[in-house]
Design a protein around this ligand. Structure first.
Ligand code: ADP
Length: 511
């Protein structure tokens, strides 16, 4: 450990107490693990502040001693880096102890949360207090952070799936320990902090997402009234080309808000990968390697067993019983006339499959309790490559072709899901699964990931998020934007202490 780091740790220990500054080998090794193609990355220490005031003091010390820190809230961040910093020797600031649900406003349908509040915790709170509000959840982990998902601009499966869009008002601690409130929170006695997003003057919230300009310590998380009627839709399609038609069918249904949620069209390999994480699917599917290279016969049998097609659409209807009934008819007509071979699953068929059961839960905001990838950690590699596409069949066809060609070149199997946002955009979340214990395969995964970025960017598709090892690679494709991000970094954090390397922003590496 370098002397300034040692000095900083001594002072930080006085702020948080010895039990919340961890340097033992087992802890450091836990925070070094990720599932990416990069190696594990060992931190210098882990600090667990209990409050904004403690965090302010920690940052003041780190800033004075020029000690680099890395922020995490839930530390789950599956597919993008987990609880691991981008560079070794960092002081990890784990915000899990700051886990208060500060307010749930039932009338106005929002919560104000600290970083350590998990999806499971907020869900339990709403359920146990019989609050008639639903929340949005991602597929990653129930132990992920609501606020962390806002700062990463994560996508979910309810009508509130675009997490950052449906967040409102932040409290942020800057590198020198100053506290900033965004939106209307700039007015000390604001009555509208969690209800009106824009405030007055420049809107700053976006600066604190996917960046390293500050640490967010509170955020407004919008909720939705529990609807009188809810109907999950499950449609299987056997034709490999059906996905292109499905996109065309879904665009008007999404644009007109007939289907209001983060609806998704999922390839069978990804659906089976998810099945392997849930309930009885865990015991049945082959787990070794997890490269999805099932023989054709096995794939056919698994499709039948779990009521899956080559492509699988999951969306939901919300509202009054009569509007849900009417909308169901509209959706069914649209699918049946364009894709006569598709199959709408009954409620019983959905309930019999772990995949469809999990989808049904996610679309009404129940965290996926059984989504357990714990035995993947350190053994199997899993990373997500996530280009965004416009909702057109040509764009989706082009994106899938690029993925299939690149994966075939590197010996991997395409497995993906398309999450439709507003009806204009979709997140194409492509899994890359590989054996992390095999150095050659890991190298191939790394080359494959980078080539995917190259090819998508070449034809104008930017990923919505990257893993911690590819931030710089992607940022370098973005010309003047990269320079401006570094100018902002210089302004907010001239000592470059906050999460250096996050999204490729690092003053030590700006040339
Ligand atoms: P998850 O919610 O999946 O558990 P993490 O807590 O690991 O996610 O956070 C994912 C990433 O988001 C981190 O690597 C960090 O860059 C960023 N992040 C998390 N919490 C904050 C925060 N409170 N302020 C700023 N950035 C954050």
């Amino acid at each position: 450990m370098k002397p300034p780091v040692e000095q900083a740790l001594k002072e930080i220990e006085r702020v948080v107490g010895a039990e919340h500054l961890l340097t033992d080998t087992a802890t450091l090794s836990r925070y070094s693990v990720n599932m990416l193609a990069t190696a594990d990355i060992l931190p210098a220490a882990v600090v667990r502040p209990a409050s904004t005031a403690e965090l302010q003091q920690v940052l003041k010390i780190a800033n004075t001693c020029k000690t680099p820190v890395w922020t995490l809230s839930g530390g789950q961040n599956r597919g993008y880096g987990m609880a691991c910093a981008a560079t070794p020797g960092t002081l990890i600031i784990d915000l899990k102890r700051m886990n208060r649900i500060l307010e749930v406003n039932v009338e106005l349908a929002y919560a104000l949360v600290e970083p350590g509040v998990t999806f499971a915790q907020l869900y339990r709170y709403l359920r146990d207090n019989d609050i008639p509000l639903w929340m949005d959840v991602p597929s990653g982990s129930p132990e992920g952070s609501c606020l962390g998902n806002i700062t990463e601009r994560g996508a979910g499966y309810t009508p509130l799936g675009e997490k950052f869009l449906f967040s409102c008002g932040m409290e942020v601690v800057l590198a020198d320990g100053q506290v900033l409130r965004t939106g209307t929170g700039t007015l000390p006695n604001s009555q509208t902090w969690q209800v009106f997003k824009w405030g007055y003057g420049p809107s700053l919230d976006g600066l604190f997402t996917q960046s390293n300009f500050g640490i967010v310590t509170k955020a407004g998380f919008w909720l939705m009234p529990r609807p009188p009627a809810y109907e999950p839709l499950a449609v299987t399609m056997d034709d490999p080309e059906a996905v292109y038609k499905a996109v065309e069918i879904l665009r008007p249904l999404k644009l007109n808000m007939v289907i209001p949620n983060g609806a998704c069209v999922t390839h069978v390999r990804k659906a089976l990968g998810l099945t392997a994480c849930w309930g009885e699917g865990k015991n049945i599917l082959p787990r070794v390697g997890r490269r999805f290279d099932y023989p054709a016969e096995t794939l056919k049998a698994l499709k039948e067993r779990y009521a899956l097609g080559e492509w699988n659409f999951a969306g939901a209807l919300y509202g009054l019983p009569e509007t849900v009934r009417a909308y169901r008819g509209i959706v069914e007509n649209a699918f049946r006339s364009a894709l006569p071979g598709c199959r709408f699953l009954s409620a019983e068929e959905q309930a019999a499959s772990p995949y469809w059961r999990a989808r049904e839960k996610a679309m009404r905001g129940e965290p996926l309790w059984e989504f357990d990838m714990s035995d993947w950690e350190g053994k199997a590699g899993a990373l997500w490559i996530s280009p965004v596409a416009p909702v057109t069949n040509e764009a989706v066809e082009q994106q899938i072709r690029i993925a299939e060609e690149t994966y075939a070149k590197y010996g991997f199997h395409y497995a993906a899901e398309l999450i439709l946002g507003t009806g204009r955009d979709l997140h194409h979340i492509i899994w890359l699964l590989f054996d992390r214990s095999d150095a050659e395969e890991r190298r191939r995964a790394e080359l494959c990931e980078r080539e995917m970025y190259d090819r998508y960017c070449e034809v104008g598709y930017l990923p919505y998020r990257t893993g911690l090892s590819t931030g710089d690679y992607l940022m370098r494709k973005l010309g003047p934007f990269r320079d401006i991000c570094h100018d902002l970094k210089q302004l907010f954090d001239p000592n470059n202490i906050l999460s250096p390397g996050k999204s490729g922003i690092d003053l030590a590496n700006r040339s």
